[in-house]
Write a protein that binds this ligand. Structure first.
Ligand code: HEM
Length: 345
């Protein structure tokens, strides 16, 4: 509809609505339907947004006693945090109640995470209490909602600036039958895969991540970390290090992830060491949703790019402004004009 009206839409908002609906289906088996053409008020998603923003402000606060005092007095941002967190937990409780009432979660047809946890709880005689299940389901929504939308938002921005990359992706995606893409089919989209990796090198959805030593520890390079020490790793900075990526680190160049097969002339994706590219973290606690995220992103790219061109509505020479809470965002949204493509590749 936006394409036929040539209207301007906030593509970031659109993607956030899409990924929120999507992850709620995976976690709860419930579609909040925020991606309707009317763009309904996304109450539950907004509560998540507020919780993430206020928690991350807490973390970055230079004077933590201020938020602690607000928490004791239950005023300002801390009051808001409490209200939003309660909304989220209440909604999760309601979901569990509804599933139990319908009691169809124990039919093997339920594929969502919540049903699976409820089934395993039943089988293991309530091994997980309800609060634990709520925590798991909420953490999945947190992990999966803004990460893929952030990745796709910056991806759309980068390909709009790099038409030769867009053309190469189009060559790959126009050959796919988008509605029935399976995991095996998207695995064979090496140029698109490389473009997404390259986009997340420059704009990692989780730009910085912090760990705390649970006990005295020694890092692999011999650095001593006393119990309670917080250590951050910085995928955003690491993606821009010349020693790692070379002199052209600023260039959006998917080819740095690819090798041409000499026999067939086809692209082959060459992954990087996750400790060099920790966009999904590295080591034993890597992102559990990585494959799903790539599947989802490639399905979106293959589904919409061959049909539409996304033209950011920004002044000449202007760049989107990056803001970061737990995940990155474009400040004020990414306004784009959606144009229907006429040319096939
Ligand atoms: C482009 C998309 C994504 C990126 C860049 C990403 C990145 C990350 C990162 C950096 C972590 C480590 C966080 C930490 O422990 O400090 C993580 C963990 C996790 N992610 Fe993702 N993620 C993405 C998509 C998803 C999706 C779609 C899901 C769910 C369906 C998901 C589920 C998880 C889970 C469950 C963990 C916790 C793993 C554990 O602690 O053992 N992620 N992700």
């Amino acid at each position: 509809m936006s394409a036929s009206q040539k209207s301007v839409v906030d593509f970031q908002d659109l993607l956030q609505r899409f990924t929120f609906d999507n992850i709620c289906m995976v976690a709860y088996g419930y579609d909040p339907a925020y991606l309707l053409p009317s763009f309904p008020e996304a109450k539950f998603a907004n509560a998540f947004e507020e919780v993430v923003r206020i928690s991350s402000d807490r973390f970055n606060s230079l004077a933590p006693f201020i938020w602690k005092l607000k928490r004791i007095l239950n005023v300002g941002s801390e009051k808001k945090l409490r209200v939003c967190a309660t909304q989220i937990r209440d909604m999760a409780k309601e979901m569990i109640k509804q599933k139990k009432e319908r009691s169809n979660y124990n039919k093997r047809s339920s594929d969502d995470l919540l049903s699976r946890f409820l089934i395993s709880s039943d089988e293991q005689q309530n091994m997980h209490d309800e609060e634990f299940i709520i925590d798991i389901v909420i953490s999945f929504i947190l992990a999966g909602r803004d990460t893929t939308s952030a990745a796709l938002t910056w991806f759309i921005w980068l390909i709009s600036k790099n038409p030769e990359v867009e053309k190469e992706i189009l060559k790959e995606t126009t050959n796919t039958t988008t509605s029935s893409l399976t995991y095996d089919e998207v695995k064979d989209m090496p140029y698109t895969h490389a473009s997404l990796c390259e986009s997340m090198r420059l704009y990692p959805p989780v730009p910085v991540d912090t760990k705390e030593a649970m006990q005295d520890d020694i890092l692999p390079d011999g650095t001593f970390a006393k119990k309670g020490t917080r250590i951050s790793y910085h995928p955003y900075a690491m993606g821009r290090v010349e020693d790692i990526w070379g002199k052209d680190w600023q260039a959006f160049r998917p080819e740095r992830w690819l090798k041409k097969d000499v026999k067939t002339g086809n692209w082959k994706f060459v992954p990087k060491d996750p400790f060099v590219y920790p966009v999904f973290q590295a080591g034993p606690r890597v992102c559990l949703g990585k494959d799903m995220a790539f599947l989802q992103m490639k399905k979106v790219v293959a589904g919409v790019l061959p049909r539409f061109r996304f033209v950011p509505v920004v002044d000449e020479g202007e760049e989107p402004v990056l803001i970061a809470y737990l995940t990155i965002k474009v400040k004020g949204g990414l306004m784009v004009r959606i144009e229907e493509r006429t040319k096939s590749y």
